[in-house]
Design a protein around this ligand. Structure first.
Ligand SMILES: [Zn+2]
Length: 61
């Protein structure tokens, strides 16, 4: 299985802070250095971010 990663500049969809991402994978989670929002890598080319889902994890354990 090929692993695709990307590096580059992306903007927070919440506060529009620019940040540099290095070797990130699609759907990887990261945190905005500007507003602290939890972000998910939406697409790699171009590199864009979306807000991570805020649902509480419930894995039934
Ligand atoms: Zn932000």
């Amino acid at each position: 299985m090929a692993i695709h990663t990307a590096s580059g500049q992306a903007k927070c969809p919440e506060c529009f802070e620019g940040m540099t991402l290095t070797d990130v994978m699609q759907n990887e989670l990261t945190q905005c250095p500007g507003c602290g929002a939890e972000l998910e890598i939406a697409t790699l080319a171009p590199l864009t971010l979306s807000l991570a889902p805020q649902e509480e994890a419930d894995w039934g354990e």
